[in-house]
Ligand binder design. Structure first.
Ligand SMILES: Nc1ncnc2c1ncn2[C@@H]1O[C@H](COP(=O)(O)OP(=O)(O)OP(=O)(O)O)[C@@H](O)[C@H]1O
Ligand SMILES: [Mg+2]
Length: 510
């Protein structure tokens, strides 16, 4: 057997493909791409998470694009956190240049450029579907997290949520939360003390100040109605999985909001999706570009929760893929859980870099064909060392891979293309209608006033009964609110109580 043939059978040996898979590229031996040595990743293990790492400009984002494309072609939807704004091109066909055709031919795949179904989303004012969540849905744990509260202050938040649950007061946005805070230290003080004990006004003042700080970071745009239903990530069009690109270019300045948003999204998915069992393909894959932003600024507590939820979410058929410069950006406990590893070139400028390279090399399976540290520093752009999990859950042999080119556009969409995409989006019209927040706040105020009156009469307050004095407009508003918020909120709260029980760390903090 020639060395080439040996190499091909070495790569094939560790791979079992009874079920469907995606092709990432082809194996490279002694600097030469080898025909017939395609590197495949089984769909079955794509819920086992992954890492795409490498120095700047080595091809991480394009690899992410390639994986999302191949999944989409198999009908599997994905969610992409687009922190640099360079992923919108997925909606348009790529360009069949000689360079790309030549690359595809070496890999042994057809180059069939096409645009894929893309849904642009945002948690701020960027164009696209607005992803929002109500304060209630966010829950006391995450609210405390994002406000960076100490244990006493967390207690106050937990009390507020409990109180609002009991009183059926919808906490929609931050304004609502501030209103309740104000209420429990003023008009409602006596009733609250009677029912829950004394609440420190110093704690309430601190929480109030932190909410105002959070609003200044722009988080107030994220809280509100209509809250996003994560099942809307799981869609397909013409048999192709919809790729939801969440545009987060403006979030780099508020990393805490980003980490908390990530955790809220993951826990929402975890709570909403049914158990998937041992399926042949993932239900959804989530890609986080520039993932160091999630981890570098997160508190220990937040990190622990992110790690816990990443472990658990696998069983829901959801794969999470981190894209970052060096694997050391990702905590060891998360790294240890990752099935697919795509390592692009690393550059050795400093002693610290060399240390990171040695450490990275140690984390990959040994290969008789490569000196891993050497390959790590010498790979070209769009090449990577890849190891996946085969269908038996065993790591496949490490392969220096020429990664296939994206079939969609490598560049971004023009403003006009973005406008058209958003205009045609049925999800955008579903979620972007402005629900009058002022009215929700007023309703809350009214409820509080009413509770006050009831308290004066020394009657234990219950849910506000309907009064005949309401105008038609108010009636329909209340109806709308109870449809959208209250009923859903109560249902979800009960559900959350159950699921949070599973997430030990969540329930402890409640
Ligand atoms: N698989 C590929 N096929 C063809 N060209 C590629 C491929 N991967 C990378 N390239 C080329 O390399 C360039 C840089 O790739 P990419 O943007 O993915 O790098 P990156 O690692 O994400 O960089 P950064 O750290 O700056 O975000 C691309 O614009 C493209 O020209
Ligand atoms: Mg990139």
């Amino acid at each position: 057997m020639s060395q080439k043939e040996q190499f091909i059978s070495h790569l094939a040996e560790g791979q079992v493909y009874k079920k469907d898979f995606i092709v990432m590229g082809t194996g490279i031996l002694n600097g030469e791409p080898i025909q017939g040595a395609q590197i495949k990743v089984p769909l079955k293990t794509m819920n086992r998470h992954g890492l795409i790492a490498g120095a700047t400009g080595t091809g991480k984002t394009k690899t992410l694009q390639v994986i999302a494309e191949q999944l989409s072609l198999k009908g599997i939807p994905s969610v992409l956190m687009d922190l640099k704004g360079d992923l919108s091109g997925l909606a348009q066909p790529g360009e069949a240049s000689d360079f790309i055709l030549n690359r595809s031919q070496k890999i042994g795949v057809d180059y069939d450029p096409m645009g894929l179904p893309v849904e642009l989303m945002s948690i701020s004012d960027e164009k696209g579907v607005r992803l929002k969540a109500t304060v209630s849905e966010f829950g006391p744990v995450l609210i405390s997290q994002i406000l960076d509260l100490n244990d006493t202050q967390r207690g106050v938040i937990a009390l507020i949520f409990r109180y609002c649950d009991l009183q059926h007061l919808p906490l929609v946005d931050l304004k609502d939360l501030k209103k309740v805070l104000q209420y429990i230290t003023n008009e409602g003080k006596e009733a609250i003390t009677k029912e829950f004990g004394r609440v420190s006004s110093a704690s309430v003042n601190t929480i109030m100040r932190k909410i105002i700080e959070l609003e200044q970071e722009g988080a107030d745009r994220f809280f509100g109605e209509k809250s996003f239903d994560v099942e809307d990530f799981v869609r397909s069009k013409y048999g192709r999985g919809v790729i939801s690109v969440i545009r987060l270019t403006d979030i780099q300045s508020s990393p805490k909001l980003f980490s908390t948003f990530m955790l809220s999204l993951l826990s929402e998915i975890y709570e909403t999706f049914p158990e998937q069992g041992d399926d042949d393909k993932p239900k959804l894959c989530l890609f986080i570009d520039e993932a160091h932003l999630v981890f570098s600024n997160a508190s220990k507590d937040l990190l622990e929760k992110i790690e816990a939820i990443i472990k658990l979410i696998r069983s829901k058929g959801v794969g999470v893929y981190f894209c970052t410069q060096t694997p050391t950006d990702v905590p060891d406990s998360v790294l240890g859980q990752l099935g697919l590893k795509v390592q692009h070139a690393l550059r050795a400028f400093t002693a610290k870099d060399r240390k990171a390279i040695t450490k990275t090399a140690e984390n990959y399976p040994e290969s008789p064909y490569y000196n891993t540290s050497e390959v790590l520093t010498s790979m070209g752009i769009g090449e990577a060392l890849i190891t996946a999990l085969n269908e038996k859950g065993i790591p496949t042999p490490l392969a220096h891979t020429l990664v296939r080119a994206p079939i969609t556009r490598m560049d971004i969409l023009s403003d006009q293309e973005i406008d058209e995409l958003v205009k045609d989006s049925d999800l955008a019209s579903k979620y972007n209608e402005e629900i009058d927040r002022e009215s929700a706040f007023e309703l809350l105020e009214k409820k509080l006033e009413k509770l006050e009156v009831e308290q004066e009469k020394a009657v234990l307050p219950g849910p506000a009964p309907r009064t005949s004095r309401r105008t038609k407009q108010e009636e329909s508003l209340i109806e709308e609110l109870s449809k959208n918020t209250m009923v859903r909120q109560i249902g979800r709260t009960i559900f959350r109580e159950l699921t949070r029980g599973i997430l030990g760390s969540f329930s402890r903090k409640r």
